[in-house]
Design a protein around this ligand. Structure first.
Ligand code: AMP
Ligand code: ZN
Length: 118
């Protein structure tokens, strides 16, 4: 069963109603370039189904967080950043900077990624 929210930007990208530079499609996920990249590689990996955040997706218990992590690594390998290292980020909640409430993993790499972030 596919779930979507009519007013959700990322559901619209999944449906092809909003354009995006898609770099990889899995059976249950889509990966596309962030419109406002924070690193040379900045790709978002999202489930086709709508979950508002990582907590909700994890609690659903259907393996979607596993799938996002797996797809993120495939993206990192394709982008040539898997060996050097990349960051997989899930901003969760408005206080953490989440602005789109359809869970997405940010795959960031291609430059030095200091920790903690500056
Ligand atoms: P977050 O702040 O963690 O919710 O991340 C949302 C991300 O979505 C931001 O990095 C935005 O730049 C990105 N974004 C917003 N609209 C689009 C879009 N139409 N296509 C691609 N990325 C987008
Ligand atoms: Zn959605």
């Amino acid at each position: 069963m596919t779930t979507s929210e009519p007013d959700c930007l990322f559901c619209k990208i999944v449906a092809g109603e909003v354009p995006a530079e898609i770099v990889r499609e899995g059976g249950s996920t889509v990966a596309f370039r962030d419109i406002n990249p924070q690193a040379p590689t900045h790709v978002l990996v999202i489930p086709r189904d709508h979950y508002p955040d990582a907590g909700a997706a994890g609690r659903a218990g259907v393996g979607i967080m596993d799938e996002i992590a797996r797809e993120a690594h495939e993206v990192a390998e394709a982008e040539g950043i898997a060996a050097s290292g990349y960051r997989l980020v899930f901003n969760t909640g408005p206080g953490a900077g989440q602005t789109v409430f359809h869970v997405h993993g940010h795959v960031l790499g291609g430059r030095g990624l200091e920790w903690p972030p500056g």
